[in-house]
Design a protein around this ligand. Structure first.
Ligand code: ZN
Length: 313
């Protein structure tokens, strides 16, 4: 039995996962429920509470847990999570603090940190739509764009940095400003957030709107030229970025995850068609399969647990 933790900007989910990578029990905590604590303390308290409750419910002891995997945004390194700007966390040694909070009991349990987009990709490779492909890529499109790549069934993991920063591949010289400081990055054009912001502005929709309602609105407004141009431009930029990835890695399949997976009809199907046209591909004859990710909300927990095996290798 292992524990997987999905640490996001808005919530923390703690799950007990068996050897078949199935979630036995899960507890979720929301950052919005944190009233007085620093986020660092709230994160540690929530994780400790979640693990203790799960162990109690399942009548397990801490020493029956063989590893803890944590999926986190950004580039976690040396036990630290870094630059979680919306939680005002610059650098936080979560592994050290967790070990302290549990006392002696957990000192021998390996605690592994991995980027959340990569965890979702690992989950998709082992439990989801990429299971049957040796060479494949997972692209997580949400607030930003990240992902993971596998060649010959091996998760590609460079030594120096986490790598596979698909979102920061530059697709337009002197293009739009990206949060990373560069201009013209793929995610400055193609994050789902960018698409939503621009589309809502054109359609005059303020505040939150779910994927289904926004899709419906867009479909109702297809005669609006601005809507059509934005959609076409967006799909075209998406095709450029993904074609670059295909030209470099030549995967058999690509799975699109993150909140973009809720836009299958509106965006992923159009993207599929355009990639199949081969316009930006070097090898035009056999484009990879474009799939919609299926691991959903549990991908972080499951991927973090699978990542604990990989890091042991
Ligand atoms: Zn960038």
């Amino acid at each position: 039995m292992k524990i997987g933790i999905d640490l996001g900007g808005s919530h923390i989910a703690v799950g007990l996962v068996n050897d078949n990578y199935e979630i036995i029990q899960k507890k979720s905590y929301y950052m919005s429920e944190n009233n007085s604590n620093s986020y660092e303390n709230y994160i540690i308290e929530s994780i400790v509470k979640g693990i203790n409750e799960i162990l109690l419910n399942e009548k397990l002891e801490m020493n029956q847990i063989s590893a803890i995997g944590i999926a986190t945004p950004g580039n976690p390194k040396d036990g630290c999570i870094n630059n979680l700007f919306n939680l005002k966390i610059e650098k936080f040694n979560i592994v050290e603090e967790l070990r302290k909070s549990f006392g002696e009991n957990t000192l021998t349990v390996p605690i592994i940190l991995e980027n959340d987009g990569k965890c979702a990709g690992i989950a998709e490779k082992y439990k989801g739509n990429l299971k049957d492909y040796d060479d494949c890529v997972f692209i997580c499109i949400g607030t930003g764009i990240g992902g993971a790549a596998f060649i010959n069934n091996q998760f590609l993991k460079p030594k120096r940095n986490s790598g596979f920063e698909f979102g920061h591949m530059i697709i337009h010289k002197n293009g739009e400003q990206c949060n990373c400081g560069n201009k013209g990055c793929f995610e400055a054009y193609c994050s789902k957030r960018k698409f939503k912001e621009k589309m809502q502005e054109i359609l005059g929709i303020q505040g939150y709107i779910c994927a289904r309602d926004l899709t419906k609105k867009i479909n109702e407004n297809m005669e609006n030229e601005k809507v059509r141009i934005l959609l076409d431009e967006y799909i075209d930029n998406l095709t450029i970025g993904i074609s670059n990835i295909i030209n470099i890695l030549e995967p058999e399949a690509i799975s699109i995850g993150g909140s973009m997976s809720s836009y299958e009809e509106l965006i992923i199907n159009r993207l599929k068609e355009k990639i199949n046209n081969g316009k930006y591909l070097f090898n035009k004859d056999n484009p990879p399969k474009i799939l919609t990710a299926k691991c959903g909300n549990d991908a972080g927990i499951i991927g973090a647990v699978i990542a604990t095996n990989m890091n042991e290798m």
